[in-house]
Design a protein around this ligand. Sequence first.
Ligand code: AMP
Ligand code: MG
Length: 335
Amino acid sequence: MIDGLIDISQAVAHLRAGGLVAFPTETVYGLGADALNEAAIRRVFELKGRPAANPLIVHVADAWMAREVVAHWPREAQLLADAFWPGPLSIVLPAGPHIPKAVTGGGPSVAVRCPNHPTTLILLHEYEGPLVGPSANLSGKISPTSAAHVREAFSATDVPILDGGDCEVGIESTVLSLVGGRATILRPGVIGPEQIARVIGRGVTYEAPIPSAEGAPSPSPGLMPTHYAPAAKAVMVSGEDLPRVAREATGQVVALTISDVTLPPPHKCIPMPDTPEDYARALYTALRMADKPRTSVIAVETPPAGVSDEERAVWRAVMDRLTRATAPADTAART
Ligand code: AMP
Ligand code: MG
């Protein structure tokens, strides 16, 4: 059904020849290329239409491979790798000498992560080298959580796919910077600050940017307001406000709901799971379902904040994506 599906040994050969391969991870599908091959990296930016200053995450088979990518592998990084890898945590550290500048967005640091997907772990072990893996979508669009989503964005000629089924986590990794002796979350994900703090034994700050109304460009690469944007206008509203938004809309409203609010035809509701992990897993597919040509407004019901640390972390990561997806189109830089 999906054309251009390949197996692991074909993927290894294609990557060795400088080609690009989409690979599955537990977060979203990655657009894979040899992290040490500058021409292949340039092609990733070109195909995605990604701004050159937006750095790529380097995917590794294990902590041993991560050591080859960074200039220095501190004890805290090893503790975090022991606790969370393979898993949805990217660690930013000073870049090693072999990493092309194109990978780091021109900056001195690099993000590394060991993804938790059996197919891609085998791929990385067989490849015996690091692979970049930005989300396999056009810059600024909704991230792919299935092989079919990848194929909507890229042709079989440009991007063969290793199909690993639907992504289990469904939103991008937590990005944690350990640069300069600080521990700072640059992008929230399902692994939250409290969990990280417990492992490294000290506090973690949170510096992920909120897209501003003025759309001020970020001072540092990797801190750009991103935009997981559907084509239709998207807004975030409370459950109470949903009926009013539907009444005032000129065309069809498609609502992603959490409460049991319903809307009369021609509007539609896509009921979302009420646990944060399930919501995150379903989010991008739901946004794609809502984003049809006849949709005039996608209205996302504001999710709750959560009770436990773990719940709060995941809801915050979800809110981060929703804030960017519903930011007015001209206010956010694209990733
Ligand atoms: P994506 O590959 O689309 O999941 O996005 C990668 C994101 O990881 C970037 O937008 C940054 O937020 C972050 N990132 C990657 N490398 C770095 C780095 N060297 N410094 C800071 N943030 C980074
Ligand atoms: Mg992305």
